[in-house]
Design a protein. Structure first.
Length: 487
């Protein structure tokens, strides 16, 4: 990078459009994953900070300027923030790359996406209509969407910028006031986006960010009596805690908990397109993508031929620092690297064999959290590697004999987020696409994480609720039915 992000002091918690020191008085070091060295610090927000943030959000809704805005005025603010993000795109991309370790081209794409989220939901803010419902004579019945109130947003470290756009933009478009707890591992861009939102003219209290530890700031926020909804993306284990806390408060939540997404390749597939996509879908963001294509299911009669095409493409894959800008970066932390490596040791002990590996570029810092991109075969369908999320650049290849077996294998994990079907037999592709139990299915393509306009979310252990597209707006709205007797 030409001008790396310098060490910066902890800025505190962002409440009412201003920085405040955390009541905890503590800070947390931010580690650059590509070097394994600290490069910044953040405030360790605590329950007191969360109380203040929730109170600020409530006040913004009930007394402040935010709650008084018309839908089109909220939309304009979102659109203004999108343009401000564009103006600061390169600096934001550098910050995101340093914080997460991802290649600059991925970080730049993430900043384009966060701008697109604010643009899309800015345009949508004044287009969410209710209905008029025929009822008894002498009655007029209307439905209308109102804000839920104060919405809590607990976001992960894999796509801090994108996740901010994905969850906060639709909540704001619907008129909610927000409190965000970004991930301790990578949260500098969400903090900067809140600052830019203030510059764009968002009234105080509409967007509040409390960085800090999950078990401290995150737990305080998700169990807070003053919130009306929680949007969570992260691990199934924490998702269970979030849903339990939401149940205690009798509020709703959306959970996006990752997946073990299959790409199903039939003998008649376009191999060139499919092999390119299969390699890209597991390597993107070093495999740390909820919708990573982490399983490839291949029709047995073309198993050898397909893998012979895939292998050379995979062997060209290179991991490096953000500024090397190769195919992938490191994983997020030393802890994630050792978790992945332990999982791969168990997979090998259970009989999985390495089929192909990419490389770590010479010159990548020794202290960086790099993991070799790897494809495994001889993966038993019930083994951990076949069923559990690695959250690293690791692909499990498995054969199938029939269409029925392909569907059964695709549906055989506890997850159900995304699937891909590769076949030039249109009717078969549609049959299989209808039978996979997932929230999003691609035919002759695969877009891990893409598509602001496309409703997205899980079934089973992948979670519930829908994000992206217009569906997200309905998740963040409270539907009221108004029944008026006029005779
Ligand atoms: P995680 O613990 O679920 O973290 C997600 C978010 O929840 C972070 O902001 C985290 O804060 C917060 N959090 C943690 N404990 C909490 C609690 N008790 N109450 C409220 N919030 C809490 O995920 P992780 O440990 O970072 O990653 C572990 C695994 O989760 C990964 O290996 C991967 O399989 C999965 N994951 C999935 C996604 C996805 O996109 N679906 C994203 C990330 C991770 P802190 O990080 O600051 O503690
Ligand atoms: Mg970091």
């Amino acid at each position: 990078m030409n001008s790396p992000v310098k060490s910066q002091p902890a800025q505190g918690v962002f409440i009412n459009n201003r920085w405040h020191p955390s009541r905890s008085g503590r800070t947390l070091a931010m580690i650059a994953p590509a070097e394994g060295e600290p490069f910044a610090a953040i405030a360790a927000g605590n329950a007191e900070d969360v109380d203040l943030a929730v109170a600020a959000a409530r006040k913004a809704l009930e007394e402040g300027a935010w709650g008084k805005l018309a839908a089109f005025e909220r939309g304009r603010l979102l659109t203004r923030l999108a343009r401000l993000i564009d103006d600061h795109a390169e600096a934001l991309a550098r910050l995101e790359a340093r914080d997460t370790g991802k290649p600059m081209k991925q970080a730049r794409a993430d900043i384009v996406a966060v701008s697109r989220y604010f643009e899309y939901y800015g345009g949508a803010a004044d287009k969410v209509h209710g209905d008029t419902i025929p009822f008894l004579n002498g009655y007029l019945v209307n439905t209308l969407y109102e804000p839920l109130g104060v919405t809590a947003h607990i976001i992960p470290w894999n796509y801090p910028a994108q996740m901010f756009g994905r969850t906060v933009a639709p909540a704001l478009a619907m008129g909610n006031a927000t409190v965000i707890k970004p991930a301790e591992e990578a949260c500098l861009v969400p903090l900067r986006l809140a600052e830019l939102a203030a510059e764009a003219g968002f009234p105080e209290g509409a967007i509040n960010v409390v960085p800090g530890l999950g078990e401290e700031a995150g737990a305080a926020l998700s169990s807070h009596r003053g919130i009306d909804f929680v949007s969570f993306t992260g691990s199934p284990e924490v998702g269970t805690l979030i849903q339990t806390a939401a149940a205690r408060n009798h509020i709703g939540c959306t959970l996006e908990l990752g997946g073990k997404s299959p790409q199903i390749v039939f003998a008649d597939a376009d191999f060139d397109a499919a092999t390119t996509s299969v390699a890209a879908a597991i390597v993107q963001n070093a495999g740390q993508t909820c919708s990573a294509g982490s399983r490839v299911l291949i029709e047995r009669k073309v198993w050898d031929r397909f893998l012979a095409d895939l292998k050379p493409k995979f062997e060209k894959i290179r991991a490096g620092t953000p500024e090397m800008d190769l195919d992938l970066g490191p994983v997020i932390s030393a802890g994630q690297k050792s978790r992945i490596e332990a999982m791969l040791k168990r997979a090998e002990a259970a009989g999985a064999k390495v089929l192909a590996t990419g490389a770590i570029a010479p010159g990548a810092p020794a202290g960086g959290f790099f993991v070799h991109p790897t494809i495994y075969h001889h993966v038993a369908p019930t083994s951990e590697l076949a069923c559990e999320e690695v959250f690293g650049p690791v692909l499990a290849a498995m054969p199938f004999d029939s269409e029925e077996e392909a569907v059964a294998l695709a549906n055989s994990t506890d997850y159900g987020l995304v699937a891909g079907v590769w076949s030039t037999d249109g009717a078969r592709a549609i049959r299989v696409a209808r039978k996979v139990r997932v929230g999003q299915v691609f035919v002759n393509g695969y877009g891990a994480g893409g598509g602001i306009e496309l409703p997205f979310g899980g079934m089973k252990k992948s979670g519930h609720g829908r994000e992206k597209g217009f569906e997200a707006l309905y998740e963040f709205g409270a539907l009221k039915t108004m029944i008026v007797r006029h005779n």
